[in-house]
Write a protein that binds this ligand. Structure first.
Ligand SMILES: Nc1ncnc2c1ncn2[C@@H]1O[C@H](COP(=O)(O)OP(=O)(O)OP(=O)(O)O)[C@@H](O)[C@H]1O
Ligand SMILES: C=C(C)CCOP(=O)(O)O
Length: 242
C-alpha cells in the first residue's frame, strides 16, 4: 500500500480562506491516477481547517467545548475533502471519503485511538480512501485538532504501508543554507533550520512533520508537486526521513 499526503499548502491557497488551488489539485490527482498499487490519500487543512482552527484558538493541545466551533472546523474540512474527491474522480480514481472526526478520538493522555478496519475494508474492496486533518473528540478537552501528518504516521504503521510520501509546498527539508537535504536521520540534523509554516497553521509546519515522520518504521519522503510524478514512478525525490 502507498500512502500519500497532499499538503494543505499544495491543494489550497493557504493565505486566502477556503480557496482551493484547482490547478494544483488537478495536477496532484492526475499524478495519483498513475499509482499502480493500493492507495490511501490523506490531505491537510490548508486555508480550510487552519483558518477556522486559528480563529477559534484550537490546536492539537488546546481544545474547544463549543459545538459550533467543532462543527465549523469539521465542515470546512469536509468541503475541502469534497473538492479533493471531485478532482480524483475526474481522473477516474475510485476515491471515497473517510472523516476522522467520526472514526476516532484522543484519550485522556492525548493518545490517538483510531480504528483502521474501515480503511482496510475499503482498500480491499478496491476503493481509494481519502482521509484528512480534522477536529477530533479529546477526553477532558472537548475537541482538538488532528493533523493529517499524525494520521499518516498512524495509518502507515497500522496498515503496513510500503511507501509514504508527503507532497508539500517545498521540494524537501531545507538546511541552514536553503539547500534541500537528501536524507534526515535525526531531528538534531536539521533542527536549526526547521521552522513553522509561513501561513496560518495550527499544527506546527515542517518541524512537527519531521519529528513525527522520524518515529515511523517505514521511510517517508517529502517533496513538492513537481516531485509527485517521480514519487509515483518510485524514483528518488526530495528529502527522505528516517
Ligand atoms: N527547514 C525547512 N524546510 C522546508 N520547509 C520549512 C522549513 N522550515 C519551515 N518550513 C515551512 O514548512 C512549510 C511546510 O509545512 P506545512 O505544515 O505548511 O505543510 P503542508 O503539510 O503542506 O500543509 P498543511 O499542514 O496545511 O497540510 C513550508 O511551506 C515552509 O514554509
Ligand atoms: C486544521 C485542521 C483541521 C487540520 C490540520 O491538518 P494538517 O494541515 O495536516 O496539519
Amino acid at each position: 500500500m502507498i500512502l500519500v499526503k497532499l499538503g494543505g499548502s499544495v491543494v489550497t491557497d493557504k493565505d486566502t480562506p477556503e480557496t482551493v488551488d484547482e490547478a494544483a489539485l488537478g495536477r496532484a490527482a492526475q499524478a495519483l491516477a498513475g499509482v499502480d498499487d493500493d492507495l490511501v490519500v490523506v490531505h491537510g487543512g490548508g486555508s480550510f481547517g487552519h483558518h477556522f482552527a486559528s480563529e477559534y484558538g484550537v490546536s492539537r493541545t488546546v481544545g474547544t467545548e463549543d459545538y459550533s466551533e467543532v462543527v465549523g472546523i469539521h465542515d470546512a474540512m469536509c468541503r475541502l475533502n469534497g473538492a479533493v474527491l471531485d478532482a480524483l474522480h475526474a481522473e477516474a480514481v475510485p476515491a471515497v471519503p473517510v472523516h476522522p472526526f467520526s472514526a476516532g478520538f484522543r484519550n485522556a493522555v492525548a493518545d490517538l485511538v483510531f480504528p483502521t478496519g474501515q480503511v482496510r475494508t475499503l482498500l480491499r474492496e478496491g476503493f481509494v480512501p481519502v482521509l484528512h486533518g480534522d477536529a477530533i473528540g479529546h477526553e477532558g478537552k472537548g475537541a482538538t485538532i488532528l493533523s493529517g501528518d499524525e494520521l499518516v504516521v498512524e495509518l502507515a504503521e497500522r496498515l503496513d504501508a510500503r511507501r509514504v510520501g508527503l507532497c508539500s509546498a517545498v521540494p524537501g527539508v531545507y538546511d541552514d543554507d536553503g539547500e534541500v537535504v537528501e536524507h534526515v536521520t535525526s531531528f538534531a540534523d536539521v533542527a536549526g533550520a526547521l521552522g513553522e509554516s509561513e501561513s496560518t497553521d495550527v499544527t506546527g509546519g515542517m518541524a512537527a512533520k519531521v519529528e513525527e515522520l522520524l518515529a515511523l518504521d517505514v521511510p517517508a519522503t517529502i517533496f513538492d508537486l513537481d516531485g509527485l510524478d517521480a514519487f509515483v514512478a518510485e524514483e528518488e525525490v526530495g528529502t527522505r526521513i528516517g
